[in-house]
Design a protein around this ligand. Structure first.
Ligand code: SF4
Length: 486
């Protein structure tokens, strides 16, 4: 797989990774189809709202401490910014950084700009971002509107760099280009790899990049025990730190859906090896993740000692939780690789997984190495299970929950409100580091137990709730609109 940094636009996930957003069947079948090149995307003839890649670009770039983001589009495309500002403020607090608002400007394209062009507005917005925030770099992100009118965003960014004296990076992420919003992560990293990261003069053999979102800092302690230092990327880093990520001894990622492009790009263009493993969730995943890291940094013995002592430490509590959770029914809805990680956790507790749905599926990751295939890891370690792929279509989740009535619904991003209305205990996992490693397994077990032990609240809500869906709707095939003519 080649990451082409000469081109300003990232290659879409659909093309690069064969990503799809529509599938219904089982995990083994999907893995087999993905590996044999037979995986096909199924369209929906009915669709509710979903997310877009312009949104996911901001999910990374607006959290860089000393950068600014100029979004070239209508004000409506900035609808996620109040929420991101809140996440950014609380995330900075969690990481013990000074709390402040995001450095973000939207160019507010109007109907008039759609006719006469928005280049002047963009130039002024870049100058205003420099004046207002004094950033070390500015990322200019595109939207459907700026792409439709064909403003020369790359040309403007390159020409204004000389005037304001800092890197101005065009990031092409207009929502309509890709059905897979995770393409936005790739677009953000493409911009960073293209214009921010510098080749390392000297490597730092104890420094490990961790591609992550905004979770709590748990890696400093975990990896510190084997003499390694942690470099979190991209949220809450500084531009000077991003310039130096090439110095690290290895790149880890908490989720290959998030970090596949950045990790592969750092390996291919800057010689930083990517740790090729399923993510560190569940005992099997964490063992494999740590061992692969140990091989790269030549700390196999330290890693084995850490694995032994951690497993011994959690064993009594793990067994106790397992006794209580074994056989409980569960349904999972989450982002792709993160969903696979939650599956490994519930399977290790012997829970009865009635099914899982992820928001898209990549046939492979950028490193093109089977060891990173987290769904295959689940099937190999825990057996087959019902599986579907939907781009956060609430009606499919509601239909599944209504029919399956699991003891618990675990999600990231979608559906707790519907589970509650159906009287099903649920939680939405906001901190993706909560389930990492051996301690994460215990954290999850305790949260699941706590959630299913107190169902009265949701049962009462359900009793007093009238769903907007009719019986006819709820009783039809969940996938009636997938791949058919209906
Ligand atoms: S899909 Fe297009 S118009 Fe909608 S928010 Fe995303 S970039 Fe803006």
């Amino acid at each position: 797989m080649t990451i082409n940094l000469k081109h300003p636009v990232v290659e879409l996930r659909e093309k690069r990774l064969g990503a799809v957003s529509g599938y219904a069947g089982d995990a083994d079948d999907l893995c087999e189809k993905a590996h044999s090149g037979k995986m096909k995307d199924l369209d929906r003839t009915f669709s509710q709202c979903t997310s877009c890649s312009a949104n996911q670009v901001k999910n990374q770039l607006v959290f860089i401490q000393d950068a600014a983001v100029v979004e070239h589009g209508p004000a409506g495309c900035s609808g996620d910014i109040p929420g991101r500002n809140m996440v950014g403020r609380s995330g900075r607090k969690k990481r013990k950084l000074p709390v402040h608002n995001l450095n973000y400007i939207n160019t507010n394209l109007t109907e008039k700009d759609m006719i006469y062009g928005g280049t002047e507005k963009l130039r002024n917005a870049i100058r205003e971002a420099k004046r207002r925030f004094d950033p070390k770099a500015i990322f200019v992100t595109t939207t459907c509107a700026s792409a439709i009118i064909g403003d020369d965003v790359e040309g403007i960014c390159n020409s204004i760099e000389k005037e304001i004296g800092i890197p101005v990076v065009a990031v092409f992420c207009e929502g309509f280009r890709s059905k897979i919003w995770a393409t936005g992560f790739d677009a953000a990293y493409h911009g960073i790899l293209r214009k921010i990261v510098k080749p390392a003069k000297k490597k730092q053999p104890d420094l490990i990049n961790i591609i992550n979102f905004q979770g709590k800092d748990i890696f400093t302690e975990l990896l510190g025990r084997i003499g390694l230092r942690v470099n979190y990327i991209v949220p809450y880093t500084k531009i000077s730190e991003l310039e130096r990520v090439s110095k690290a001894a290895a790149t880890l990622q908490i989720c290959a859906t998030l970090g596949t492009y950045f990790a592969a790009g750092l390996e291919e263009h800057f010689g930083v090896p990517e740790v090729k493993s399923p993510p560190p969730y569940g005992i099997a995943g964490t063992d494999s993740w740590l061992r692969e890291l140990g091989k790269i940094v030549h700390k196999e013995k330290e890693v084995e000692d850490l694995i032994t002592s951690e497993k011994k430490r959690i064993a009594p509590r793990f067994e106790e939780l397992k006794r209580k959770l074994e056989g409980k029914t569960v349904y999972i809805g989450a982002g792709s690789a993160h969903g696979h990680s939650i599956i490994s956790i519930v399977k290790e507790y012997g829970m009865n997984l009635l099914g899982a749905c992820t928001w898209h599926h990549d046939a492979k990751f950028d490193c093109n190495d089977d060891r990173t295939d987290s769904l295959k890891h689940d099937v190999k370690n825990y057996g087959n299970f019902k599986f579907s792929v939907c781009n956060k279509q609430s009606y499919e989740i509601v239909s599944k929950l209504y029919k399956l009535k699991p003891d618990i619904y675990i999600t990231r991003h979608a559906g707790t409100i519907w589970a509650t209305k159906l009287g099903i205990p649920s939680f939405e996992m906001g901190d993706e580091h909560f389930g990492v490693g051996y301690e994460g397994l215990i954290n999850y077990g305790e949260l699941i137990l706590d959630t299913i032990s107190n169902p009265l609240f949701v049962k009462n809500i359900s009793k007093h709730t009238k769903l907007p869906y009719t019986d006819w709707w709820l009783n039809q095939d969940t996938f009636a609109f997938l791949g058919g003519q209906k």
